[in-house]
Design a protein around this ligand. Structure first.
Ligand SMILES: C[S@@+](CC[C@H](N)C(=O)[O-])C[C@H]1O[C@@H](n2cnc3c(N)ncnc32)[C@H](O)[C@@H]1O
Length: 195
């Protein structure tokens, strides 16, 4: 895939998402965001338990998003939407007036081999991107089974100018995700955005 073609495809995705979000989030100022929602188990249950929050879940994989949408429909949930989207494209397309108030990343792909670490979502650039689309006090919740990705995320947060790890905070809402059912461990990192 040539760079020009990839850039054009990205621009088209961002434009399409921008239109979808402008309609779906009209009048809203803040959202609860799940990046990589998989089959939607967690966010559908969270939305049902938090009717005062508007939730958006995204995932790259079509059939996972379709299963998520089914949960939203079956649960008659009017405070959650699920979209097929790539996270950095979603964040670029999000209308400027809408801030991320809570961010959840559950069991992201750990890319365990060293040569693949560059594919991990958590890195300095993406933490900056999340910070730019958030407000002071926005809380980032990260859960993984992978010990190395846990340390990696703590390390990136520790060196970030605005995300500050808050130790000892209880995970706010438990609902087993598709991947959590299959994992032995859970390791949580919670960080708040400073001014
Ligand atoms: C290991 S699965 C975990 C899914 C779900 N959170 C769970 O616990 O069952 C990671 C998910 O993140 C999605 N994903 C990975 N990178 C992504 C990105 N850049 N943007 C959106 N989704 C992404 C994948 O498609 C996959 O469904």
């Amino acid at each position: 895939m040539g760079k020009e073609w990839a850039d054009a495809r990205r621009a088209a995705n961002v434009a399409r998402l921008g239109e979808t979000l402008a309609t779906a989030l009209a009048g809203r100022m803040g959202i609860t965001f799940e990046l990589g929602c998989g089959h939607g188990h967690w966010l559908a249950a969270y939305a049902a338990a938090h009717p005062d929050e508007f939730c958006v879940g995204i995932d790259l994989i079509t059939h996972r998003v379709e299963r998520s949408v089914r949960k939203q429909t079956l649960g008659k949930l009017d405070n959650v939407i699920f979209l097929k989207a790539e996270a950095t494209e979603f964040l670029e397309a999000l209308p400027p007036a809408i801030l991320l108030r809570k961010i959840f990343i559950l069991y992201p792909d750990p890319w365990p081999k060293k040569k693949h670490h560059k594919n991990r979502f958590i890195n300095a650039e993406n933490l900056d991107l999340l910070a730019r689309r958030s407000a002071a006090g926005t809380r980032l919740h990260f859960r993984t089974d992978d010990a190395d990705y846990f340390t990696w995320t703590n390390d990136f947060l520790a060196t970030h100018a605005r995300w500050q790890v808050v130790p000892g905070i209880e995970w706010p809402f438990e609902q087993k995700t598709f991947f959590e059912e299959r994992m032995k461990d859970k390791r949580d990192v919670i960080a708040d955005l400073a001014e």
